[in-house]
Design a protein around this ligand. Structure first.
Ligand code: SAM
Length: 224
C-alpha cells in the first residue's frame, strides 16, 4: 500500500509530533547506543531519526523507498540543524545498499507493517548491523495515554470512524508479535528480545554479538 507522503507529513508534524521524543528516549533506554551510526528504516519524513539525533551524538542515515518521503526528510534535516550529521539513502528494505556490519543502531517505526517479506528484511537488517549493534524496530506511540489521545484525534478526523484504532490494535497485538517471531526464526536470527506492552507498543530489539556467537535467545513481555 502506497502512503500519501504529504498527508503523512502533515500528521507526523501535528497529531504524532509528541510521540517521537518519547520513542527516542525509549530507544536510548533499551539499546544504550548514543554514538556511532544509526539507520532509520522506512523513515518517512524523518521525525523519529531527527528526535533521536537531537538527544545523542549519532550520525543518522535516513532510508526509505519513497523519493517523496526522502525529499520531506531533507527538510526535516534542515529544520533540525542536522546538516553534516545526516544522510539519505533510497531503497527497498529487501536490499539495503550498505556493507556488512556497518551500522551501530537500526531503528524503524511504523514501517515493518508494510514489509512483504519479513525474513528477507530481517536478514538484510542483521547483515548490515555492526558487531555489538542493536535494533529497535516495530511500532508504538510513546505511551498508552498518548496512544489513546491519538486514536481519538484520528477518529475525529475520520468522521468518528475508528479505522485507525483498529489498525493500532492489529499492528501492536499478539498476532503481529507471532509474525515477527516467525520471521526472525525463518531468518535464523536468535539474538533478539521482543518488547511488548500497552505503554511501549511492540518492538524487536536484535543484538548482534560483538564476538561471532549467535546463540542467545530471549523474549520478554514487559508487565506494567
Ligand atoms: C507509516 S510510515 C512511517 C514513517 C516514520 N517511520 C514515522 O514513524 O513517522 C511508513 C514508511 O515506510 C516506508 N516503507 C514501506 N515499505 C517499505 C519498504 N519495503 N522499503 C523501504 N521503505 C518502506 C514508506 O515509504 C513510509 O515512508
Amino acid at each position: 500500500m502506497k502512503i500519501n507522503a504529504r498527508q503523512y507529513d502533515a500528521i507526523a508534524k501535528s497529531v504524532f509530533a509528541p510521540v517521537y521524543p518519547l520513542i527516542a528516549d525509549q530507544i536510548i533506554e533499551h539499546t544504550g547506543i548514543t554514538s556511532g551510526s544509526c539507520l532509520d528504516l522506512g523513515c518517512g519524513p524523518g521525525s523519529l531519526g531527527a528526535a533521536l539525533a537531537r538527544k545523542t551524538d549519532l550520525y543518522l542515515l535516513f532510508f526509505d523507498q519513497s523519493e517523496e518521503m526522502l525529499e520531506l526528510c531533507e527538510r526535516t534535516i534542515d529544520e533540525n540543524g542536522l546538516r553534516g550529521r545526516a544522510g539519505l539513502l533510497p531503497g527497498d528494505i529487501g536490499s539495503i545498499a550498505l556493507p556488512d556490519g556497518s551500522v551501530d543502531l537500526i531503528i524503524s517505526r511504523g514501517s515493518i507493517f508494510f514489509w512483504d517479506d519479513l525474513p528477507q528484511a530481517f536478514r538484510e537488517i542483521y547483515r548490515v548491523l555492526a558487531p555489538g549493534g542493536k535494533t529497535f524496530i516495530g511500532g508504538g506511540f510513546g505511551s498508552a495515554a498518548l496512544k489513546e489521545s491519538i486514536r481519538r484525534q484520528m477518529a475525529d478526523r475520520n468522521q468518528g470512524k475508528d479505522q485507525f484504532g483498529q489498525k493500532m490494535r492489529t499492528n501492536l497485538g499478539p498476532e503481529m508479535r507471532r509474525r515477527f517471531e516467525e520471521g526472525l526464526q525463518q531468518a535464523a536470527i536468535n539474538s533478539f528480545t521482543i518488547l511488548q506492552d500497552e505503554e511501549i507498543g511492540l518492538w524487536i530489539r536484535m543484538h548482534k554479538p560483538a564476538v561471532s556467537n549467535n546463540s542467545s535467545c530471549s523474549t520478554q513481555r514487559r508487565e506494567k
